[in-house]
Each structure stands twice: as structure tokens, then as C-alpha cells.
Design a protein around this ligand. Sequence first.
Ligand code: GLA
Length: 403
Amino acid sequence: MNLNKPSVRAELKESLLARFGGPSRNVRCALAPGRVNLIGEHTDYNGGFVLPMAIARHTAVVFRPLGRPCLRVYAADMDRRGEPDDEFGLNSRIKRLRAPKRQWANYVRGVACVLKQRGIRLKGGELYIHADLPRGAGLSSSASLEVATAMALLKLAGQKMPPQDVALACQKAEHTYAGVRCGIMDQSVVTRARAGHALLLDCVSLRVQHAPIYLKNWSFAVFDTGVRHKLAASEYNKRRAECERAAKSFGVKTLRQASVAHLMKAGHRLSAGQHRRVRHVLTEDLRTAQFAAALARGDVEELGQLLYAGHASLRDDYQVSCPELDFIVKTLQRASAGPVRGACAGARMTGGGFGGSVVALVRPKKFPALRNYLARQYQRQRKRTLGGALLLEPSAGVTVVRC
Ligand code: GLA
């Protein structure tokens, strides 16, 4: 289902009406994409550079005003077992839910709460949520849900906010309601992406450059491991804390200001593990700069090498990969050298790690053969089913449309 199609949005409107009843006036839809990060991994919270792009898979929040100050929310993909709608008042404190099955609702509650804190006078509404973006695949389904929700709530309130402020509010919601101290990459690309482009973001100034993607006969693709390891959130917060400690021992605010000179002077205060974390962050920024230049030149070979090098650094220095991700990267590389010759120029894990997806630069013509080969090997050697494989199209950021 392509949520960007008007006919599909008309269906979603019908679903909202079927769920909540009532008149069909004033129904709108906030459509927020997912994202894939091409390079610049675990650098956003270190004040570095990242290069993600939005993809043509979305979260749709279909919404309509309600005459009282409360939000009624239904999530079609998450409430399969006849769960009741989530309903909460806007005039009192918005509580975080504890039940594990209702965690999705915290993204909506978190965004509502942060917008209130930022002085937005929220108005009541009914929200019907549906996504064609796989969850837990490392494609930012949470940022996509947060941003779509924020845009719906702003529209209901008749207010506007600059896109980067929306991104910052959603990041805050994720910190406080989902417990992940994420950086600013995901929410920024979901709000600010441009079709046909990747987004080069400086995570200190929050300035962006839209980098056009013209790669003749090549496309980016993702392959989902189908696994999400439990430690993903806790290890994420741990890596972030390790980097903050390293920056502190260098006497700088973030690793953005750190250099080899700092390592020479204060390196003895770091453990061997911390040295590796710092090496990943410093070299990843360099790779991101090289990648952006290679993208501008259309240099596929260089882009591919940088993807492989980025993966090695995340696996060995930052230690956020897992056997399934490593297997997919290695198998794509092997396939391209023989069984599906020339199909893939490079690949690496994308997103936070510990499961999720691999991003690869592939030849679209050879993509079906590559996917089939990989799925067979994954089954045979790892006894696992490949979670899904998508050819990607660089897409636009969030939009709000009438249904
Ligand atoms: C997650 C976070 C981002 C970023 C990546 C790793 O996607 O939400 O802020 O830190 O991990 O690059």
C-alpha cells in the first residue's frame, strides 16, 4: 500500500469514519516518511555530521477535530487485538503509560506533552494511525510517528512551528516518554527532507544541505535482518554516555571538538574501549565528508568502499553491530564478487544497530536476484527469514493534506 496515493488516503479516511463515526468534514492526514541513514552513524549526539534520506514508506496520522479538549487515538497496526482507543485529556498532566502493549501510545502522549510545554494550546481531536513503514527495522518508525503526530496536533491547534523546532520537540518526547536519549538526525530528516535528495545535517548548527542523488543505474536499498535485540536501547544510552565521558576528559563539550591532539594529551585517562569509541566518531565524520563528495561526483565505487569501511568501524570500534547484520553485509559483498556479479557496490548496518537493517548500494536490475540469493543464504546458514528488502527512492519530508 502506497500511503502517498490519494486513493489510499481516501480509504484511510473511511477507516477513521468507521472507527469513530460522525461527520466526514475536516478530515486531514499528516504523512511522515521513514528514513535510512546513508552514513554518519552514532555521530549526531556527538555533534557530528549525518547524511540520511527520507524513504517512500510512511506513517499516516489521519485526524479530525473533536469538540472537547481531549485526544482519542487509534493505531490500526498496533491495536489488532481489539484494544480500546487511547484517550486522554489535554487540560491535565499527560501521563506516560506503563503497560508494554501500549508503548506506541507514549509517542503520541509524549509529543502532546512537549508541544504543551512549548506553549502550544492544543485542541481536541481524533487520530487514526496507520503505517506502511516496518517497525523495529531501523527505518525510524518512531520518529515518523512522532513527527506525523506533531504536525496533526499543530494543525488541529491552528498553529505553525518551524520544521527544526518540530524535530527538536519530537526528540524531547522520545527522551522523556520512550526513554531513548536519541540524537537529532531522525526527526530532522523526517521534517526537512527533499525528494530526490539526501540531507547533510550539521548536528551542532542544525544547518542542512540538500545533496542531490543522481546515480545512474544504481540505487540504495535496505535488507532487514528481521531481528531487534533487546539490548538496543540500553546499549545506545551506554554508548552515548561513554562518548560524553570521553569528551569530558578532553575538556570539550562534544567529540566534535576533539582531535588527535586531545588523545595525545588526555588519552591515558581513557580505557582501550573508549579509545575505540572515539576513533569511530572521529573517522565516521571523515567518511561522511568523503561520502558527500563522492555522491556529488557520482563515484559509486568510492561510495561502496565507504559503506564497507563504515560497517567495519561500527562493528569493531563502536561495537553496535550483531551477527545477523555482519552476515548480511558479508553475503552481499560475496554475492557481488561471484553469484550475482556486480550487484552491490557496498553495504553497512544503518541506524542504532543490534538488529534492524543493512543499507546497500545496488543495481536495481540485479536487485531481485541479489535479494533471493541473500534470503536463501540467510535461511541456510543462519536459520532465519530475511525480514524484507526494499529498493529506496529519496523522498520528501512530512506533509499535511486534506483527505
Ligand atoms: C538512532 C537514533 C539517532 C542516531 C542513530 C545512530 O536512530 O535515533 O539519533 O543516533 O540511532 O546513528
